[in-house]
Design a binder for this molecule. Structure first.
Ligand code: NAD
Length: 276
């Protein structure tokens, strides 16, 4: 495929654009992931809580694409924080995926009120030392949580996967990631496809380049250096979302999109979210 890699802080290459499967039921995930692999995606983002690791694994096995050419991410859910629980949860995820390693394992949420993410991360370091994961990282971590990890553990997270789109541009987190050597991965990169893709400034840039608003938003992320994992179960959109490597936005386009920041979250606030 023509998706360029991002080199993570341990030298592992991760495709800059992948396919996210949140809210795809397990029995549809197999077909959706198969469509994505056929369209050229080589990175898949799932999570234990999505309930579709089995369907995802079946699609990978059936695809005929060599395992080492696919970058698989999964995440430990909130109910499995803590050292021993995390090791068990990892075994369960691996069995459901039908794999013998994953490329990237993420702590799904920091749950600061439970104060267990350091122990959870120490289990991640064990999995990494045992070569059962090629890279370890976090999701939804605020700068204060990242700083605590860097003080109390030894492996700098390779990635922080956070909500990021033109209405929530996360300038502070992106700067801290840059300082610490952590790659920024954007979840809900299309703003969940709701109002964002109808914003006049984005529609105008799409017309100018003869592209779709979704392609323009993905291009903005890529030119900023973000990793993106757009989700769609519609085959034409799955193809559209990866067809973003043959055009670029100019400085004026980038500035117009950067002016759309509203610091507005669609998802929960990581400082307080503690759902088990
Ligand atoms: P997204 O921003 O990728 O938007 C997906 C929605 O946008 C689709 O359901 C569809 O309605 C629409 N869409 C997609 N392609 C389109 C196109 N070309 N044209 C028009 N509309 C289009 O939102 P998402 O699914 O929330 O996020 C993507 C991935 O991020 C998820 O699948 C998941 O893997 C990950 N994620 C992670 C977390 C986390 O806490 N770590 C949270 C949410 C999502």
């Amino acid at each position: 495929s023509n998706v360029p890699p991002i080199i993570l802080n341990n030298g592992v290459e991760m495709p800059q654009l992948g396919y996210g499967v949140w809210q795809v039921p397990d029995d549809e995930a197999e077909r959706a992931v198969a469509t994505a692999l056929q369209a050229g995606y080589r990175s898949i983002d799932t999570a234990a809580i999505y309930g579709n690791e089995e369907g995802t694994g079946k699609a990978i096995a059936a695809s005929g694409v060599p395992r080492e050419e696919i970058f698989v991410t999964t995440k430990v859910w909130n109910s499995d924080h803590g050292y021993d629980a995390t090791l068990r949860a990892f075994d369960t995820s691996l069995a459901k995926l039908g794999l013998d390693y994953v490329d990237l394992y993420l702590i799904h949420w920091p749950l600061p009120s439970r104060d267990a993410y350091v122990d959870t991360y120490k289990a991640f370091e064990k999995l990494y030392a045992d070569k059962r994961v090629r890279a370890i990282g976090v999701s939804n971590f605020l700068p204060e949580h990242l700083r605590r990890l860097t003080e109390e553990t030894s492996v700098i997270p390779a990635v922080n996967q956070i909500e990021l789109h033109p209405h929530l541009q996360q300038r502070e987190s992106r700067a801290v990631h840059g300082e610490l050597g952590i790659a920024t991965e954007a979840w809900s990169p299309l703003g969940q496809g709701k109002g964002l893709l109808e914003v006049p400034a984005i529609v105008a840039i799409a017309r100018k380049h003869d592209r779709t608003p979704a392609q323009v938003v993905l291009r903005w992320h890529l030119q900023l250096g973000n990793i993106v994992i757009p989700k769609s179960v519609t085959p034409s959109r799955i193809k559209e979302n990866i067809a973003v490597f043959d055009f670029s936005l100019d400085d004026e386009d980038l500035a117009a999109i950067s002016a759309l920041n509203e610091d507005r979250r669609l998802g929960p606030d990581p400082a307080t979210f503690d759902m088990a």
